[in-house]
Design a protein around this ligand. Structure first.
Ligand SMILES: NC(=O)c1ccc[n+]([C@@H]2O[C@H](COP(=O)([O-])OP(=O)(O)OC[C@H]3O[C@@H](n4cnc5c(N)ncnc54)[C@H](OP(=O)(O)O)[C@@H]3O)[C@@H](O)[C@H]2O)c1
Length: 354
């Protein structure tokens, strides 16, 4: 199962809206083949591990329950492939809510021995975004921000715009390279003009997350870097925002989503539902205080990544000014990662659990 989990980890973020799954075929105690889910429409992990290998009488370890036939399916069902290959035993990490136990049942009915639960807690953490997406049809949301010890996200008037060092920046690029989308508000585009691309190790990743900007009134200039050709961009705006602005973004290849407004701005519930429909399984919100407060107050955040810089600014833009959150947010299962000179504190919010 260790080999299957590592294969799944390498496929993370490359398979949406499918889950990232790993599989390992074992004979006489040795791993003879490993497979991982290919990008959408390509072979699943089990099929990849079984390809060109004599699997008769062997054991197949798979991180997620094998799939069964369903309408509209683009790939042959893995449960049938496993039966046809003559696999004797299948060890499944966790059941797939989309398959609902039918994969395990199909295998057992065909005389294959099935065990469920090996590595389940580690696999559940790895697949959290997919499990969230399956449960709600909307992306798993990670709220990411950098903050000083006195709770500021920056102090532009004192010339402080970037708070964290190289290790934290690299960690952000690693995360950007597996998520499907990055969300910011118009305030961040206007203040920082970020490109919002994934550049792990300083090099543009081969697969870029889609950038999502909430801008209800058409304030972001059409020549902002976030609208450049290095990645796709979606702008969520109100129907009433200027037509000429929408047209100039359209000419740059930007997709315009017209959504309803609520007290916070663009209706973020609607936005997440629309992104889910487009197959966005995971999203990092990298906005400023306004977007983070709206997401947290709306109960829309699943995980928080707080990068804490060892600085006291004594002035600047506070992350959560008093009164912006209706109730305290406590992280569950917090993890502290030292990224010298900074520290990353991450944890889950209480809104959803797999
Ligand atoms: N340290 C960090 O991690 C970090 C990260 C990013 C930014 N920043 C800093 O934060 C500052 C910008 O803060 P900000 O709060 O203005 O940025 P923001 O949260 O990225 O953008 C806020 C704007 O987004 C638009 N918006 C539309 N719908 C919204 C909704 N439902 N909820 C919230 N916002 C919505 C609103 O403007 P419209 O009226 O135009 O729709 C709103 O004013 C800058 O100084 C920047 O440098 C710091």
């Amino acid at each position: 199962m260790r080999a299957a989990i590592e294969a799944a980890r390498r496929a993370r973020g490359r398979t949406s809206p499918n889950p990232w799954v790993g599989a390992a075929l074992v004979r006489d105690g040795a791993v003879v083949a490993v497979g991982a889910t290919a990008p959408y429409g390509g072979p699943h992990a089990e099929a990849a591990a079984l390809a060109n290998t004599d699997a008769r009488g062997a054991t197949l370890y798979t991180t997620l329950e094998p799939c069964v036939p369903f309408e509209g399916k683009r790939t042959p069902p893995c449960s049938e492939a496993i039966i046809a290959a003559g696999v004797a035993r299948v060890v499944v990490g966790i059941l797939d809510p989309h398959v609902g136990g039918q994969g395990a049942a199909r295998l057992r009915a065909a005389g294959v021995e099935v065990e469920v639960g090996d590595g389940a807690s580690e696999i559940t953490v790895l697949l959290r975004p997919y499990l969230r997406f399956r449960a709600s049809r909307r992306p798993y949301v990670i709220a990411k921000f950098a903050v000083s010890l006195d709770g500021m996200v920056g102090a532009p008037q004192a010339g402080v715009r970037w708070l964290t060092g190289a290790a934290a920046v690299e960690r952000v690029h690693q995360d950007r390279s597996w998520v499907d989308a990055i969300l910011v508000g118009s305030g961040t585009v206007l203040a920082d003009d970020p490109a919002l691309t994934a550049r792990p190790g300083g090099t543009a990743a081969d697969r870029q997350p889609v950038r999502v900007v909430v801008d209800s009134r058409g304030r972001c200039p059409a020549d902002a870097r976030v609208f450049g050709a290095d990645a796709r961009t979606i702008v969520a705006t109100a129907a009433a925002s200027p037509r000429a602005w929408k047209e100039s973004l359209g000419q740059r290849g930007v997709t315009i989503l017209e959504l309803e407004e609520d007290a916070t701005g663009i209706n973020l519930d609607q936005l997440l539902a629309a992104l889910g429909q487009r197959g966005v399984v995971s999203l990092i919100a990298e906005g400023g205080p306004t977007v983070h407060a709206a997401l947290l107050a709306g109960g829309l955040v699943d995980e928080v990544h707080a990068y804490i810089a060892p600085k006291v600014l004594g002035q600047g833009i506070p992350l959560f000014p008093a009164g912006t959150l209706p109730s305290p947010v406590e992280f569950r299962d917090p993890v502290v990662e030292p990224l010298a000179p900074d520290v990353l504190v991450r944890g889950y919010t209480g809104t959803w659990s797999p």
